[in-house]
Design a protein around this ligand. Structure first.
Ligand code: NAP
Length: 553
């Protein structure tokens, strides 16, 4: 029997979040038998595992949703400008039902190993329980920020109280009423959970190492008129977001922060601060992401806001970032974050000046002081972009494991979609894909994969693989893109995850493409217009021959 008849599926997609659902739907449309395998017991990906109090989108609902399905657009109703995690999870489950995806989603199936069979040209996917499935194509939809990390603090396993990570939150929630709680981490996750914990905990101790520039979101209800407007204009909204460098539907500023008068600068900063969220970062001035001087002006404006809100001057000062400027970390948005530090039950501790010494059986030891706690919440982030891919064994040609390839050759991909040495393997939100509101590259990526795999099928191409050369070209463009931003200067100072700076020992490479989401889409389009030449040019597959036999130019 030919091997293709012994395969379980045409494609196996790992992960049932935004990416997995979009890919399953789009590959079904071209007749590929596609199966999602999902490690957890639910649909929703990042929104299923990050069920901590306060979790919600940092992007507004109208560009944090898919535009491809008319049924979903017409029938789903968003209720909040920044939907909370429960609402986003409900949206994804609604999509799974409405598009009849559930029957091709296998839950509780954690992948341990995926191994390329070079002789028979298929992927063997092996699960934690020892079972396996075979497919021609393997697609990672495991998420860019899904591999949670705990810090390397001595004694972390000795704590006798309860320990939680924001990215592995108990499904039934946690009752913190009256408890003494410690939080480690003030990134986007910490910033969302801290105000909620403060309302419940008896005492909340916030261990802050690097403060952030938090922009208030100014959340709002979505009324029927607003929802209808969005329904009627989804295509235009999505189109504008896909042309925006950060994948958001926002206006383009025209002035430089450095060149306008002080009064005008203040007026613009104030008005966009009022509008809230990413509007401040994107709509104030042309150069907050490109000029260190402009970024410092925004930094000083936010510091002045912190000092205005936080009553205790010493606490306000500690909350003001000084070692890097605005945009040096992924801009987090807040919901009453700074006000929280006016509460008498909230205590801010400086984990930079005085690092956490260790975790004891009773709590956190900070300097010489032991803070006795009932619970510790780790809001300590992720091994971003590469973590999910290097945490399992993805074994390509010649037995090479993906993590070893990247460790040896450096982080290399062909526009974030494929990797040399790993035939018939695609990634959604792979490393070196845009630094952006992620729903936009997820949808566009799923549609790109649909057209690419249709092309492959129609021409009878058995194997696709990019060359090392294609990866070097994309790596050079990734570096160029990053170096045109302040992120390349400020990110390393801030230990940002986008440069691998949040993990001791992780190589400092640009994990994302910062040259703009719209520029990235141009590269994807060009690849397509060239009949995917760079995806069929690895030495191993004799791209020339493949193209010739498929009747291509
Ligand atoms: P993060 O931004 O990496 O923040 C981790 C925090 O843990 C930092 O404050 C870090 O301090 C701290 N930390 C780590 N080890 C520590 C130690 N030993 N001692 C003291 N502090 C320590 O992680 P995150 O907050 O989970 O966010 C990651 C990304 O996920 C975000 O940037 C965003 O892209 C995404 N996210 C999005 C949303 C949303 O859209 N709604 C919500 C949450 C997260 P240092 O900074 O000093 O290292």
């Amino acid at each position: 029997m030919p091997i293709t008849q012994q395969l379980d599926h045409d494609a196996i997609v790992i992960g049932a979040g935004f990416s997995g659902l979009a890919i399953l739907h789009h590959l079904r449309e071209i007749g590929l038998d596609t199966q999602i395998v999902e490690a957890t017991d639910g649909i929703g990906g990042t929104w299923w595992i990050n069920r901590y109090p306060g979790v919600r989108t940092d992007s507004e609902f109208h560009y944090y949703s898919f535009s491809f399905s008319k049924e979903v657009r017409d029938e789903w109703t968003w209720t909040q400008r920044y939907p909370d995690g429960e609402e986003v999870c409900a949206y994804l489950n609604f999509i799974a039902d409405r598009l009849d995806l559930r029957k091709d989603i296998q839950l509780n199936s954690r992948v341990n190993t995926a191994r390329w069979n070079e002789t028979e040209k298929y992927w063997d996917v092996i699960f934690e329980d020892g079972s396996s499935k075979r497919a021609r194509f393997l697609i990672s939809a495991m998420g860019a920020l899904s591999q949670a990390i705990f810090p390397a603090i001595d004694g972390i396993d000795e704590f006798n109280g309860a320990k939680y990570h924001t990215a592995a939150w108990p499904a039934d929630g946690v009752d913190f009423t009256g408890k003494k709680v410690g939080v480690i981490g003030v990134g986007a996750s910490g910033i969302q959970i801290i105000p909620e914990l403060a309302k419940l905990a008896g005492e909340l101790f916030v261990f802050q190492r690097t403060p952030n520039y938090v922009v208030e979101s100014n959340n709002d209800k979505v009324d029927a008129e607003w929802m209808q407007y969005v329904r009627d204009n989804y295509d235009e909204i999505f189109e504008r977001a896909s042309k925006h460098p950060f994948g958001v539907d926002m206006e383009y500023p025209t002035d430089s922060a450095v060149e306008v008068s002080e009064e005008e600068r203040k007026r613009v900063f104030e008005s966009k601060w009022e509008e809230g969220g990413f509007h401040f970062a994107n709509e104030c001035f042309t150069d907050l992401g490109t000029s260190p001087e402009a970024s410092e002006l925004a930094s000083e404006f936010i510091r002045s806001k912190i000092r205005e809100v936080v009553k205790d001057p010493a606490t306000a000062d500690l909350l003001c970032p000084k070692s890097y400027s605005f945009n040096g970390k992924r801009v987090p948005t807040g919901h009453g974050y700074y006000e929280t530090f006016n509460r008498t039950n909230v205590h801010l501790l400086d984990a930079r000046g005085t690092p956490i010494t260790r975790i004891s059986s009773k709590g956190i030891v900070h300097g010489d002081t032991e803070y006795e706690l009932d619970a510790i919440v780790f809001a300590t982030g992720f091994d971003a972009m590469t973590g999910t891919l290097t945490n399992i064994d993805i074994v390509g040609r010649d037995g090479v494991i993906l993590r070893d390839k990247w460790a040896q050759d450096g982080l290399r991909t062909n526009i974030g979609l494929t990797v040399n040495g790993f035939p018939n393997f695609l990634m959604s939100l792979g490393p070196q894909t845009p630094y952006s509101n992620l729903v936009v590259p997820i949808q566009l990526g799923a549609q790109w994969m649909q057209r690419f795999l249709k092309f492959i099928q129609e021409r009878g191409i058995e194997v696709f693989e990019s060359s090392r050369e294609a990866e070097e070209i994309w790596n050079a463009e990734t570096i160029r893109g990053a170096e045109s931003t302040v992120m390349s200067i400020e990110g390393p100072k801030a230990g940002a995850w986008f440069i691998g700076g949040n993990i001791p020992g992780k190589s400092r490479e640009y994990q994302v493409y910062m040259g703009g989401g719209q520029v990235y889409q141009d590269w994807c389009r060009e690849a397509e217009e060239s009949d995917y030449a760079t995806f069929l040019n690895a030495d191993s597959i004799d791209g020339e021959k493949v193209r010739e036999s498929a009747g291509m130019k």
